[in-house]
Design a protein around this ligand. Structure first.
Ligand code: PAF
Length: 280
């Protein structure tokens, strides 16, 4: 596995080491890799001749500087995990390399999608995501890019970016990966204390229980039930729980549309998100 750090190195490396044309599968990450990332990398490696993983903690997508500082960083373990999952090249640029001397983000205004839920709670977050994903796509030029459904709204925003800017890349959604106890895998989980980790399970348990309650309640009523339920869970500071139409992100009204439940909460000092489809 090769590691490169400068955006302009990629085209040279590609010419020197790999015969073109080769299909490129790309997995953008912020490092602190876990089994969810490994699943994305394995799939990208299986479905393409070359698998490229980027590791870059993108400063412009953090709405709070304390969150950026606390974000876990583990480059040598990440390199080992990427290689074990079948990655051929890791792109690990510096902030300067991606942004020059002043990291700036450009506004991504995709209507309701970039106003609701995560966008409302983390102002500027999707501007930063779109800014860096656009830069990474332009550098790596992948045929396919793999994104986890854990960040379900991010996936929708990236799809919209590709559609609006007619970027020549296929977005490949990959199912969320859970730990054995049901907690959605996240790089942030390492910051949960054992007690917080236990409390955090309320998110998954509530999503699961919503599935069994949907026979009796319409989506609007089920959302109200989930909100009341999560507000009562010890150690969970609920930010939102929402039942939305997966395509429009508008509040879901009926069970004959594709409904997904999305939740965000602080548990201890850690902000967690999770989601689950409620219709087939
Ligand atoms: O999902 C992430 O890890 C990040 O938001 C991404 C897509 C790598 C952009 O920094």
């Amino acid at each position: 596995m090769l590691v490169f750090t400068r955006p302009d190195e990629w085209q040279k490396l590609r010419r020197a080491y790999f015969n073109t044309p080769a299909s490129i599968g790309f997995v953008p990450t912020m490092g602190a890799l876990h089994s969810g990332h490994s699943a994305l990398i394995r799939r990208a490696a299986e479905e393409n001749e070359l698998c490229v993983v980027s590791i870059f903690v993108n400063p412009t997508q953090f709405d709070r500087s304390d969150d950026l500082l606390a974000y876990p960083r583990a480059l040598s373990a990440d390199l080992a995990a990427a290689e074990a999952a079948g990655c051929d090249l890791v792109f690990a640029p510096s902030i300067e390399g991606m942004y020059g001397s002043r990291p700036e983000r450009s506004a991504a205004d995709y209507g309701h999608l970039t106003e609701t839920l995560e966008a409302a709670k983390r102002p500027g977050h999707f501007d930063g995501v779109v800014t860096i994903v656009r830069k990474l796509f332009k550098t790596v030029n992948p045929d396919k890019a793999y994104f986890g459904e854990k960040d379900f709204q991010q996936l929708a925003v990236v799809r919209e970016l590709v559609k609006r800017e007619k970027l020549p890349v296929r977005i490949m959604p990959c199912a969320l990966v859970r730990d054995a106890d049901g907690l959605a895998l996240s790089s942030r989980n390492v910051r949960l204390s054992p007690a917080d980790r236990q409390n955090a399970l309320a998110l998954w348990h509530t999503l699961r229980e919503m599935k069994s309650r949907k026979q009796h309640l319409d989506p609007r009523k089920l959302e109200k039930w989930a909100q009341r339920h999560l507000e009562q869970q010890p150690g969970v500071e609920l930010e939102y729980v929402a039942l939305v139409n997966e395509n429009s992100f508008e509040p879901a009204q009926k069970w004959d549309e594709p409904v997904r439940a999305l939740v965000a909460a602080k548990v201890g000092a850690v902000r967690l998100i999770d989601n689950e489809p409620l219709t087939d």
